[in-house]
Design a protein around this ligand. Structure first.
Ligand code: GTP
Ligand code: MG
Length: 231
């Protein structure tokens, strides 16, 4: 019988980080699905050589679209819990275990850096302010009531994910996490934040860019304005 839970991991050039993460994940009772965008560094080949399923796409198409693809596959296969995790070593398997134990009746568990007990390690002041600032701005305009709405470490219940109309989620960068949080709330999803320690990657390079930050500022502002005029 397949596991009831699946971890969906988007990858782009994560050859140096993904091996140790998969090694740790394989100790849990979870299936794993990698969504790789044709990483030139051989990430997909490495994952397959470790016996992990890879769905390969041609060319870098963005984190949001990678998750939409992976989530749709997970729902179609009938998994009841769908876990999202970065490949860069920032998200710890130990924290995932705690998150899984904390699910209770929650339909969305967020591994949170900014709830009591959460932390970041090896982050520059700039990255910390960027993350805190994005959360402050999103909460001020959208009243999400979630301390870490940009977190990419989550467990979704399939029932909630199925209600969220994934093809209509448009964000591509880390704004994807905010849009998913908004949508979960609008579909009456119950959310729990569980403290985690986020560790800055030591291998590979960040895909964070000006255009990804710009997308978030633009979309949050637009949603805030639409909210203001009651739409
Ligand atoms: N398939 C796919 N994966 C992506 C893409 N962009 C980022 N990723 C993956 O998404 C995860 C998060 O990307 P990161 O580069 O760590 O970006 P981030 O976590 O927003 O930024 P940092 O905090 O700087 O690490 C990693 O596993 C990346 O490999 C993409 O276009 N396609
Ligand atoms: Mg990262």
């Amino acid at each position: 019988m397949p596991n009831p839970s699946i971890v969906v991991i988007p990858t782009y050039n994560e050859f140096e980080s993904i091996g140790s993460l998969l090694h740790e994940l394989k100790k849990l009772a979870v299936d794993i699905l990698i969504i790789d965008d044709g990483s030139p560094d051989g990430t997909a080949q490495l994952c397959r050589s470790l016996g992990v399923e890879v769905f390969s796409r041609s060319g870098k198409q963005g984190l949001g679209s990678a998750y939409r693809t992976g989530f749709a596959m997970a729902l179609e296969r009938g998994y009841s819990k769908i876990i999202q995790m970065d490949a860069d070593g920032s998200h710890q398997v130990g924290d995932l275990v705690v998150m899984m134990e904390s699910i209770g009746s929650s339909e969305l568990v967020i591994g949170s850096r900014w709830t009591k007990g959460g932390a970041t390690k090896n982050w520059s002041r700039f990255r910390e302010y960027l993350s805190r600032g994005a959360n402050f701005y999103a909460n001020a305009l959208l009243s999400l009531g979630v301390k870490d709405a940009t977190a990419g470490f989550r467990i979704y219940d399939a029932g909630l994910l199925g209600r969220m109309d994934l093809p209509s989620i448009k964000s591509e960068g880390y704004c994807f996490q905010i849009e998913m949080t908004r949508r979960a709330l609008s579909r009456a999803g119950t959310i729990r934040e569980v403290p985690i320690t986020f560790i800055e990657r030591v291998q590979g390079t960040s895909k964070m860019s000006i255009s990804i930050a710009g997308e978030a500022i633009f979309r949050i502002t637009m949603w805030g304005l639409l909210r203001l005029i009651g739409r």
